[in-house]
Design a binder for this molecule. Structure first.
Ligand SMILES: *[C@@H]1O[C@H](CO)[C@@H](O)[C@H](O)[C@H]1NC(C)=O
Ligand SMILES: *[C@@H]1O[C@H](CO)[C@@H](O)[C@H](O)[C@H]1NC(C)=O
Ligand SMILES: *[C@@H]1O[C@H](CO)[C@@H](O)[C@H](O)[C@H]1NC(C)=O
Ligand SMILES: *[C@@H]1O[C@H](CO)[C@@H](O)[C@H](O)[C@H]1NC(C)=O
Ligand SMILES: *[C@@H]1O[C@H](CO)[C@@H](O)[C@H](O)[C@H]1NC(C)=O
Ligand SMILES: *[C@@H]1O[C@H](CO)[C@@H](O)[C@H](O)[C@H]1NC(C)=O
Ligand SMILES: *[C@@H]1O[C@H](CO)[C@@H](O)[C@H](O)[C@H]1NC(C)=O
Length: 414
């Protein structure tokens, strides 16, 4: 109820075009999603086709997937250029984690082709039913690739990888929409409007579990001696009296020995983060909340990897799972020291060369396959990670003509 009143007030503020929300009531802190061990109810990814759309898929109580819906974002998808070939990159045209994000009953998706971010309301009765809320918001940057939202701060932030690369944010209200995006906190990536990746691009934006900081991973580029970095911004503004904002300044930390930090997740109940590095495997780094600096703690090479890019932490196994678009495996790694716990060989389940995103819910890890060839449908694999059982892929759910090789992002509700 308090949340409802708060949203009404923010709705009024947004309606009047005001940034400041006076007398907003505090939201319940809520359970951290990392504490959630129940099976998800729906999962979502984006087609990233020219007319961008969200594919939503139903998750049954036994973790299996069925039926779905296709909902247009009213925005445009796009694929980056592959620096290696000068051709359009597909699959993995975004080189990011978090192109689709679920927070509370809201879903956010970036549209890389027209520099916008769309917001949807998720129906509590049928979470595969999502409804566009307001028009997509314009981002003051080029080629958005990743979005994070803070329910506590009613703040949504987008990372862009193109010529105008950086982070910008806007207030939002559930069931109402996104307000005006503020300004671009720039990264010096020297990219063109459509970036040439995957190196030297923004990987992911993510709020810390307490929602007081926004953490960003940016890939380096060894061919031009650029080291990637972790960028930490703080959320400023007392949420009792005004609309919180993301700080204009930040602390960037280059993590010695990393190459291309990619998808990451916060390790529950800690100030540590588990991140993939496309150059060699994965790392664990910590963020000092007071100084906002990041420090490398552990580094793990995956011997036969090509580009380890996405990470999901399972609340059931209390371990991380990572995927690689070029190697057909899902690797489980320790949250203590990033050491390898198990490897699932997915050659027989996945026609594509590997998986391009991951999400975990309950005793399952879901992995997105972009389809093997142009025209083949995207698939979501269900990896059962129940304790005491062998980890195995129990289903590969094909979405047919709805999404193909450009499919990207994976998020679970609740
Ligand atoms: C999972 O649940 C769905 C829906 O109830 C059912 O159709 C399917 O057969 C079940 N699968 C397994 C492996 O139990
Ligand atoms: C890609 O295009 C740029 C500029 O058009 C050129 O300088 C570069 O050599 C090309 N690279 C490859 C791998 O073809
Ligand atoms: C989806 O949700 C919207 C908004 O709650 C509702 O108006 C619509 O009837 C629902 N559609 C279906 C097919 O359930
Ligand atoms: C989506 O775009 C179409 C046309 O481009 C427009 O008519 C429609 O109102 C838009 N819908 C929303 C919810 O913004
Ligand atoms: C990168 O740095 C190394 C060592 O400092 C140097 O030898 C090399 O020439 C540099 N390469 C480029 C492309 O700047
Ligand atoms: C980074 O690595 C270099 C070379 O190994 C070393 O000289 C330097 O002190 C390291 N920096 C930090 C901050 O650890
Ligand atoms: C994965 O399985 C395939 C087919 O079963 C096999 O050919 C391949 O060698 C396996 N890969 C690894 C790394 O074990």
């Amino acid at each position: 109820m308090l949340g409802g009143i708060k949203n009404m007030k923010i709705a009024l503020a947004l309606g009047l075009g005001l940034m400041k929300v006076a007398e907003a009531l505090p939201a319940f802190p809520g359970l951290s999603s990392s504490d959630w061990t129940s099976t998800g109810r729906a999962l979502y990814f984006q087609t990233n086709e020219d007319s961008n759309a969200i594919v939503s898929v139903k998750i049954h109580d036994n973790g299996t997937l069925s039926e779905g819906q296709l909902t247009y974002t009213n925005g445009t998808g796009a694929r980056e250029i592959s620096a290696a070939t000068n051709q359009t990159a597909s699959p993995d045209g975004l080189s990011s984690q978090g192109s689709v994000t679920v927070v509370g009953n809201s879903l956010f998706a970036i549209n890389s082709g027209d520099n916008t971010v769309s917001m949807f309301a998720i129906s509590e009765d049928d979470p595969t039913n999502i409804t566009l809320v307001g028009a997509p918001a314009s981002v003051p940057g080029d080629f958005p690739v990743t979005v994070a939202a803070s329910e506590l701060n009613n703040l949504v932030c987008v990372g862009t990888s193109g010529a105008r690369s950086g982070v910008s944010c806007a207030p939002y209200a559930a069931n109402v929409g996104i307000g005006k995006m503020d300004f671009l906190r720039t990264f010096d990536l020297e990219q063109s409007k459509t970036p040439a990746g995957p190196l030297d691009t923004v990987s992911q934006v993510l709020f810390s579990a307490d929602e007081s900081e926004l953490i960003v991973t940016v890939k380096g580029d060894p061919t031009s001696n650029k080291t990637g970095f972790v960028s930490v911004f703080s959320v400023t503004g007392a949420w009792l009296t005004e609309q919180p904002r993301l700080s204009a300044s930040r602390i960037d930390s280059k993590l010695n020995g990393t190459v291309a930090l990619f998808g990451f997740q916060q390790i529950p109940h800690s100030s540590k983060y588990f991140s993939t590095d496309a150059g060699f495997g994965a790392v664990i780094f910590s963020v000092d909340a007071a100084r906002e600096t990041s420090t490398l703690l552990h580094k793990q090479v995956i011997a036969d990897q090509m580009a380890t890019c996405w990470a999901a932490i399972s609340p059931v196994t209390k371990s991380a799972f990572v995927s690689d678009p070029l190697v057909n495996h899902i690797v489980e790694m320790s949250l203590d020291d990033a050491s390898i716990i198990s490897v699932v060989n997915s050659t027989s389940s996945n026609d594509a060369s590997g998986y391009i995103d991951l999400a975990a819910a309950g005793a399952y890890v879901y992995a997105l396959s972009p389809g093997a060839t142009e025209g083949s449908g995207a698939e979501v694999a269900v990896l059962s990670v129940s304790p005491g059982k062998e980890k195995s892929i129990t289903q590969s759910f094909n979405v047919g003509s709805w999404a193909g090789t450009s499919a990207q992002g994976l998020a679970v509700f609740p």
